[in-house]
Design a protein around this ligand. Structure first.
Ligand SMILES: Cc1cc2nc3c(=O)[nH]c(=O)nc-3n(C[C@H](O)[C@H](O)[C@H](O)COP(=O)(O)O)c2cc1C
Length: 209
């Protein structure tokens, strides 16, 4: 198994997934990694919904696609490539985003990461679930499974959470569609550290890079 830094550096969003089933044992390992994450006061108000039911996935995919057609797709095309990403690569990313949009429901397993109400309000709202989500993303990579952290369903939060059958007082923060990837992992593309890390005073270059 690759070492932790290699896993981190090669965990890119894997949007093209095979429909082949993923053993429950691997999904359990991913979930176990998720709940090792820090969370406020160790109150563990997280809940995870594993979805394999095609009908439920299809109902959410309709909303996911609507959000792409109406909002995300046009915004993507109108935006400049992010730091460290060439235009050509950005267009490839857009094609992959569009692919996942059309095939979201075909991923054999979803993990829906949820929190019960009563966790941190305001800016810290997702702080007790996103560490668990990232642990699961990295664990999937370590097991040679692909996934992408997705939150787009939240553009139709009420409808999506109804389709997911969430009870009152529980909210979803991300859906991880998981499957064996068609492509290769990593490396991720980011801007240079020197552009974004300061030392002592805002704007003064950090001298460690
Ligand atoms: C909060 C958040 C929400 C995201 N939502 C989506 C999404 O709904 N659909 C998607 O295809 N990717 C989504 N992503 C993945 C990002 O687009 C991706 O991480 C980013 O473009 C960097 O690419 P990389 O992960 O391949 O390095 C999301 C990422 C984050 C952190």
């Amino acid at each position: 198994m690759p070492d932790l830094f290699e896993i981190i550096e090669t965990t890119r969003s894997m949007r093209r997934l095979k429909p082949d089933p993923v053993p429950d044992e691997l999904i359990s390992k991913i979930l176990q990694a998720g709940i090792c994450a820090p969370n406020g006061g160790n109150s563990q108000r997280w809940r995870f919904l594993v979805i394999k039911d095609r009908k439920i996935k299809e109902a959410v995919q309709v909303l996911y696609k609507r959000a792409f057609d109406e909002t995300i797709g046009p915004r993507y095309l109108a935006s400049e490539p992010p730091p460290g990403v060439t235009r050509e690569r950005y267009l490839r990313q857009h094609a992959a985003v569009s692919y996942l949009t059309d095939h979201f429901h075909e991923a054999p397993v979803w993990i829906v990461a949820c929190l019960e109400d009563g966790a941190n309000p305001g800016r810290a709202a997702g702080a007790s679930i996103y560490p668990a989500i990232q642990n699961m993303v990295l664990a999937a990579r370590a097991l040679d499974l692909g996934t992408t952290l997705t939150t787009r369903h939240l553009l139709y939060e009420k409808e999506a959470e109804m389709a997911l059958g969430l009870p009152r007082g529980v909210h979803s923060y991300a859906i991880l569609p998981i499957g064996y990837p068609m492509g290769k992992f990593g490396p991720v593309k980011r801007g240079a550290l020197a552009e974004i890390v300061y030392q002592d005073r805002w704007g003064e270059p950090y001298r460690g890079v």
